[in-house]
Design a protein around this ligand. Structure first.
Ligand code: C2E
Ligand code: MG
Ligand code: MG
Ligand code: MG
Length: 282
Protein backbone atom coordinates (compact mmCIF):
# COMPACT_ATOMS: atom_id res chain seq x y z
CA UNK A 1 0.00 0.00 0.00
CA UNK A 2 0.86 3.67 0.19
CA UNK A 3 2.68 3.23 3.48
CA UNK A 4 5.15 0.64 2.22
CA UNK A 5 5.65 2.56 -1.01
CA UNK A 6 6.59 5.61 1.02
CA UNK A 7 9.00 3.56 3.10
CA UNK A 8 10.55 2.07 -0.02
CA UNK A 9 11.10 5.49 -1.49
CA UNK A 10 13.10 6.46 1.55
CA UNK A 11 15.04 3.24 1.42
CA UNK A 12 15.87 3.90 -2.22
CA UNK A 13 16.86 7.48 -1.35
CA UNK A 14 19.01 6.18 1.50
CA UNK A 15 20.61 3.62 -0.76
CA UNK A 16 21.48 6.29 -3.33
CA UNK A 17 22.94 8.48 -0.62
CA UNK A 18 24.86 5.57 0.81
CA UNK A 19 26.17 4.61 -2.63
CA UNK A 20 27.34 8.19 -3.19
CA UNK A 21 29.05 8.31 0.19
CA UNK A 22 30.80 5.00 -0.51
CA UNK A 23 31.80 6.34 -3.91
CA UNK A 24 33.29 9.48 -2.40
CA UNK A 25 35.22 7.45 0.15
CA UNK A 26 36.55 5.29 -2.71
CA UNK A 27 37.60 8.36 -4.73
CA UNK A 28 39.30 9.90 -1.68
CA UNK A 29 41.25 6.69 -1.10
CA UNK A 30 42.23 6.59 -4.80
CA UNK A 31 43.50 10.17 -4.44
CA UNK A 32 45.53 9.34 -1.33
CA UNK A 33 47.08 6.36 -3.10
CA UNK A 34 47.74 8.46 -6.23
CA UNK A 35 49.62 11.03 -4.14
CA UNK A 36 51.78 8.27 -2.66
CA UNK A 37 52.39 6.68 -6.08
CA UNK A 38 53.04 9.98 -7.86
CA UNK A 39 50.17 9.39 -10.30
CA UNK A 40 49.11 12.99 -10.89
CA UNK A 41 50.26 14.36 -14.23
CA UNK A 42 49.98 17.74 -15.87
CA UNK A 43 48.80 18.54 -19.35
CA UNK A 44 49.58 21.92 -20.84
CA UNK A 45 47.44 24.05 -23.12
CA UNK A 46 49.11 26.85 -25.10
CA UNK A 47 48.06 30.47 -24.56
CA UNK A 48 48.41 32.49 -27.77
CA UNK A 49 49.02 36.23 -28.02
CA UNK A 50 46.41 37.53 -30.47
CA UNK A 51 48.55 40.42 -31.73
CA UNK A 52 51.46 38.23 -32.84
CA UNK A 53 50.02 34.70 -33.02
CA UNK A 54 52.83 33.53 -30.75
CA UNK A 55 52.48 31.08 -27.86
CA UNK A 56 53.47 33.01 -24.73
CA UNK A 57 52.39 30.64 -21.97
CA UNK A 58 50.68 27.38 -21.06
CA UNK A 59 47.88 26.63 -18.63
CA UNK A 60 48.69 23.58 -16.51
CA UNK A 61 45.75 21.18 -16.13
CA UNK A 62 45.93 18.24 -13.72
CA UNK A 63 44.96 14.64 -14.55
CA UNK A 64 45.09 11.43 -12.54
CA UNK A 65 46.82 8.56 -14.30
CA UNK A 66 44.76 5.76 -12.74
CA UNK A 67 46.27 2.26 -13.11
CA UNK A 68 42.83 0.73 -13.91
CA UNK A 69 40.84 3.50 -15.57
CA UNK A 70 43.52 5.44 -17.41
CA UNK A 71 43.78 9.21 -17.47
CA UNK A 72 41.03 10.81 -15.35
CA UNK A 73 40.02 14.45 -15.95
CA UNK A 74 39.75 16.93 -13.04
CA UNK A 75 35.93 16.68 -13.17
CA UNK A 76 36.29 13.09 -11.89
CA UNK A 77 38.14 14.01 -8.69
CA UNK A 78 38.55 17.75 -7.96
CA UNK A 79 35.35 18.05 -5.88
CA UNK A 80 36.25 15.09 -3.65
CA UNK A 81 39.81 16.41 -3.43
CA UNK A 82 38.44 19.79 -2.32
CA UNK A 83 35.99 18.35 0.25
CA UNK A 84 38.57 15.97 1.73
CA UNK A 85 41.33 18.58 1.89
CA UNK A 86 43.53 16.43 -0.38
CA UNK A 87 43.45 19.29 -2.89
CA UNK A 88 46.08 21.04 -0.78
CA UNK A 89 48.89 18.47 -1.31
CA UNK A 90 47.66 17.85 -4.89
CA UNK A 91 47.74 21.61 -5.54
CA UNK A 92 51.24 21.90 -4.11
CA UNK A 93 52.34 19.12 -6.44
CA UNK A 94 50.75 20.97 -9.40
CA UNK A 95 52.58 24.19 -8.50
CA UNK A 96 55.95 22.45 -8.07
CA UNK A 97 55.57 20.37 -11.22
CA UNK A 98 54.41 23.28 -13.41
CA UNK A 99 57.41 25.35 -12.27
CA UNK A 100 59.85 22.46 -12.70
CA UNK A 101 58.53 21.70 -16.19
CA UNK A 102 58.58 25.32 -17.32
CA UNK A 103 62.18 25.73 -16.13
CA UNK A 104 63.19 22.51 -17.95
CA UNK A 105 61.58 23.68 -21.21
CA UNK A 106 63.27 27.06 -20.95
CA UNK A 107 66.64 25.41 -20.24
CA UNK A 108 66.36 23.09 -23.24
CA UNK A 109 65.26 25.93 -25.50
CA UNK A 110 61.92 24.42 -26.59
CA UNK A 111 60.19 27.56 -25.31
CA UNK A 112 61.50 31.15 -25.22
CA UNK A 113 63.17 32.39 -22.01
CA UNK A 114 60.18 34.61 -21.15
CA UNK A 115 57.60 31.83 -21.61
CA UNK A 116 55.18 31.54 -18.67
CA UNK A 117 52.86 29.04 -16.98
CA UNK A 118 49.50 29.28 -15.26
CA UNK A 119 48.04 26.98 -12.60
CA UNK A 120 44.54 26.73 -11.17
CA UNK A 121 44.01 27.22 -7.44
CA UNK A 122 41.06 25.73 -5.57
CA UNK A 123 39.21 27.55 -2.78
CA UNK A 124 40.83 25.41 -0.08
CA UNK A 125 44.29 26.04 -1.48
CA UNK A 126 43.79 29.77 -1.96
CA UNK A 127 42.86 30.23 1.71
CA UNK A 128 45.84 28.32 3.13
CA UNK A 129 47.74 30.63 5.49
CA UNK A 130 51.05 29.63 3.84
CA UNK A 131 49.92 30.07 0.21
CA UNK A 132 52.42 32.84 -0.62
CA UNK A 133 55.21 30.79 0.93
CA UNK A 134 54.23 27.61 -0.98
CA UNK A 135 54.21 29.57 -4.25
CA UNK A 136 57.53 31.31 -3.64
CA UNK A 137 59.12 28.00 -2.60
CA UNK A 138 58.00 26.38 -5.87
CA UNK A 139 59.39 29.34 -7.83
CA UNK A 140 62.75 29.45 -6.12
CA UNK A 141 63.20 25.67 -6.28
CA UNK A 142 62.82 25.95 -10.08
CA UNK A 143 64.87 29.18 -10.17
CA UNK A 144 62.03 31.04 -11.89
CA UNK A 145 61.20 34.73 -11.58
CA UNK A 146 57.76 35.28 -9.98
CA UNK A 147 56.30 36.77 -13.17
CA UNK A 148 56.84 33.39 -14.86
CA UNK A 149 53.80 32.14 -12.97
CA UNK A 150 50.11 33.09 -12.95
CA UNK A 151 47.52 31.73 -10.53
CA UNK A 152 43.92 31.31 -11.68
CA UNK A 153 41.17 31.84 -9.12
CA UNK A 154 37.40 31.75 -9.45
CA UNK A 155 35.13 34.71 -8.78
CA UNK A 156 33.71 32.95 -5.72
CA UNK A 157 37.17 32.50 -4.18
CA UNK A 158 37.95 36.17 -4.76
CA UNK A 159 34.58 37.36 -3.44
CA UNK A 160 34.85 35.21 -0.30
CA UNK A 161 38.47 36.11 0.48
CA UNK A 162 38.94 37.36 4.04
CA UNK A 163 41.55 39.94 5.02
CA UNK A 164 44.37 37.51 5.58
CA UNK A 165 43.72 35.73 2.27
CA UNK A 166 43.58 39.10 0.53
CA UNK A 167 46.88 40.05 2.11
CA UNK A 168 48.43 36.90 0.62
CA UNK A 169 47.08 37.73 -2.84
CA UNK A 170 48.56 41.22 -2.50
CA UNK A 171 51.88 39.76 -1.39
CA UNK A 172 51.93 37.48 -4.44
CA UNK A 173 51.10 40.37 -6.79
CA UNK A 174 53.83 42.50 -5.18
CA UNK A 175 56.29 39.66 -5.86
CA UNK A 176 55.20 39.81 -9.51
CA UNK A 177 53.11 36.62 -9.67
CA UNK A 178 50.13 36.99 -12.05
CA UNK A 179 46.65 36.64 -10.57
CA UNK A 180 43.78 35.78 -12.89
CA UNK A 181 40.01 35.47 -12.57
CA UNK A 182 39.02 32.20 -14.23
CA UNK A 183 35.69 31.63 -16.01
CA UNK A 184 34.90 35.34 -15.72
CA UNK A 185 31.19 36.15 -15.94
CA UNK A 186 29.87 32.79 -14.74
CA UNK A 187 29.97 33.36 -10.98
CA UNK A 188 28.08 35.60 -8.63
CA UNK A 189 30.08 38.74 -8.29
CA UNK A 190 29.88 42.46 -8.17
CA UNK A 191 32.18 44.37 -10.48
CA UNK A 192 33.36 46.49 -7.55
CA UNK A 193 35.65 43.68 -6.41
CA UNK A 194 37.73 44.17 -9.55
CA UNK A 195 38.78 47.53 -8.16
CA UNK A 196 39.39 46.14 -4.70
CA UNK A 197 41.33 43.00 -5.59
CA UNK A 198 44.91 42.69 -6.83
CA UNK A 199 44.09 40.82 -10.05
CA UNK A 200 46.07 41.20 -13.29
CA UNK A 201 44.25 38.84 -15.69
CA UNK A 202 40.61 38.24 -16.70
CA UNK A 203 39.74 34.98 -18.46
CA UNK A 204 36.57 35.30 -20.53
CA UNK A 205 34.58 32.11 -19.94
CA UNK A 206 34.26 29.81 -22.91
CA UNK A 207 30.45 29.80 -22.69
CA UNK A 208 30.53 33.41 -24.00
CA UNK A 209 33.21 32.67 -26.60
CA UNK A 210 31.08 29.77 -27.89
CA UNK A 211 28.33 32.19 -28.94
CA UNK A 212 30.61 35.01 -30.02
CA UNK A 213 29.94 34.71 -33.75
CA UNK A 214 26.31 33.57 -33.65
CA UNK A 215 24.72 35.14 -30.57
CA UNK A 216 24.54 38.97 -30.43
CA UNK A 217 24.22 39.04 -26.63
CA UNK A 218 27.32 36.84 -26.20
CA UNK A 219 29.15 39.21 -28.55
CA UNK A 220 28.10 42.19 -26.41
CA UNK A 221 29.19 40.43 -23.22
CA UNK A 222 32.61 39.52 -24.65
CA UNK A 223 33.06 43.06 -26.01
CA UNK A 224 32.16 44.54 -22.62
CA UNK A 225 34.52 42.23 -20.70
CA UNK A 226 37.42 43.05 -23.05
CA UNK A 227 36.73 46.81 -22.71
CA UNK A 228 36.50 46.46 -18.94
CA UNK A 229 39.81 44.62 -18.86
CA UNK A 230 41.45 47.27 -21.04
CA UNK A 231 40.06 50.09 -18.90
CA UNK A 232 41.42 48.51 -15.74
CA UNK A 233 44.80 47.66 -17.30
CA UNK A 234 44.27 43.90 -17.08
CA UNK A 235 45.33 41.20 -19.52
CA UNK A 236 42.28 39.60 -21.14
CA UNK A 237 42.41 35.94 -22.16
CA UNK A 238 39.58 34.28 -24.11
CA UNK A 239 38.95 30.61 -23.26
CA UNK A 240 37.57 27.89 -25.51
CA UNK A 241 38.40 29.29 -28.95
CA UNK A 242 37.37 26.52 -31.31
CA UNK A 243 37.13 28.14 -34.75
CA UNK A 244 38.88 30.71 -36.93
CA UNK A 245 35.92 33.12 -36.92
CA UNK A 246 35.99 33.36 -33.13
CA UNK A 247 39.75 33.87 -33.30
CA UNK A 248 39.62 36.78 -35.76
CA UNK A 249 36.69 38.42 -33.98
CA UNK A 250 38.65 38.34 -30.71
CA UNK A 251 41.59 39.89 -32.54
CA UNK A 252 39.36 42.69 -33.85
CA UNK A 253 37.90 43.28 -30.39
CA UNK A 254 41.40 43.78 -29.00
CA UNK A 255 41.49 40.75 -26.72
CA UNK A 256 45.08 40.14 -25.59
CA UNK A 257 45.40 36.35 -25.58
CA UNK A 258 43.43 33.19 -26.36
CA UNK A 259 43.28 29.49 -25.62
CA UNK A 260 41.21 26.74 -27.16
CA UNK A 261 41.15 23.57 -29.21
CA UNK A 262 41.73 25.63 -32.40
CA UNK A 263 45.07 26.80 -31.00
CA UNK A 264 46.12 23.67 -29.17
CA UNK A 265 44.64 20.99 -26.94
CA UNK A 266 46.02 20.26 -23.49
CA UNK A 267 48.89 17.76 -23.92
CA UNK A 268 51.81 16.34 -21.99
CA UNK A 269 54.40 17.92 -24.31
CA UNK A 270 55.28 21.60 -24.63
CA UNK A 271 53.52 23.44 -27.47
CA UNK A 272 55.52 23.30 -30.70
CA UNK A 273 56.94 26.72 -31.32
CA UNK A 274 58.58 27.56 -34.63
CA UNK A 275 61.62 29.82 -34.91
CA UNK A 276 59.47 32.89 -35.50
CA UNK A 277 57.54 32.02 -32.36
CA UNK A 278 54.32 30.95 -34.06
CA UNK A 279 52.56 27.88 -32.69
CA UNK A 280 52.45 25.01 -35.13
CA UNK A 281 48.89 23.79 -34.92
CA UNK A 282 47.84 20.54 -36.49
P1 C2E B 1 39.57 25.76 -16.46
O1 C2E B 1 40.64 26.25 -15.57
O2 C2E B 1 38.57 26.75 -16.92
O3 C2E B 1 40.31 25.06 -17.66
C1 C2E B 1 39.84 25.03 -18.97
C2 C2E B 1 39.16 23.71 -19.30
O4 C2E B 1 38.59 23.83 -20.60
C3 C2E B 1 40.11 22.53 -19.38
O5 C2E B 1 39.39 21.35 -18.99
C4 C2E B 1 40.44 22.47 -20.87
O6 C2E B 1 40.85 21.20 -21.31
C5 C2E B 1 39.11 22.85 -21.46
N1 C2E B 1 39.25 23.46 -22.79
C6 C2E B 1 40.29 24.12 -23.31
N2 C2E B 1 40.06 24.55 -24.56
C7 C2E B 1 38.79 24.18 -24.85
C8 C2E B 1 37.97 24.34 -26.02
O7 C2E B 1 38.34 24.92 -27.02
N3 C2E B 1 36.71 23.79 -25.94
C9 C2E B 1 36.27 23.15 -24.83
N4 C2E B 1 35.03 22.65 -24.86
N5 C2E B 1 37.03 22.98 -23.71
C10 C2E B 1 38.27 23.49 -23.73
P2 C2E B 1 39.98 20.33 -17.93
O8 C2E B 1 41.45 20.12 -18.13
O9 C2E B 1 39.09 19.14 -17.93
O10 C2E B 1 39.83 21.11 -16.58
C11 C2E B 1 38.56 21.44 -16.07
C12 C2E B 1 38.67 22.32 -14.85
O11 C2E B 1 39.29 21.62 -13.77
C13 C2E B 1 39.52 23.56 -15.07
O12 C2E B 1 38.76 24.55 -15.73
C14 C2E B 1 39.86 23.91 -13.65
O13 C2E B 1 38.80 24.63 -13.04
C15 C2E B 1 39.95 22.56 -12.98
N6 C2E B 1 41.38 22.20 -12.85
C16 C2E B 1 42.24 21.71 -13.76
N7 C2E B 1 43.45 21.53 -13.23
C17 C2E B 1 43.38 21.93 -11.94
C18 C2E B 1 44.32 21.99 -10.85
O14 C2E B 1 45.52 21.67 -10.98
N8 C2E B 1 43.86 22.45 -9.66
C19 C2E B 1 42.55 22.83 -9.48
N9 C2E B 1 42.17 23.27 -8.27
N10 C2E B 1 41.66 22.79 -10.47
C20 C2E B 1 42.06 22.34 -11.69
MG1 MG C 1 41.88 27.76 -15.52
MG1 MG D 1 38.92 28.72 -17.18
MG1 MG E 1 36.19 27.84 -18.09
Amino acid sequence: GAKTQGKNRWEIFDETRRARAVDRVAVASTLRQALRDDRFVLHFQPVIELGTGKAVAVESLVRLDDPCRGLLPPAAFIQVAEDSGLIVPIGTYVLEEACRQLAAWRASGVVPPDFRAAVNLSARQATQPDLARTVSDALSRAKLEPSALALELTETVLMDADTSTLRQFEELREMGVGLGIDDFGTGYSSLSYLKRLPVSIIKVDRSFVAGLVTDPSDREIVTAVIRLGQALGLTTIAEGVEDAQQFSMLQELGCDQAQGYLLGRPQAQPPLISTNGATLTT
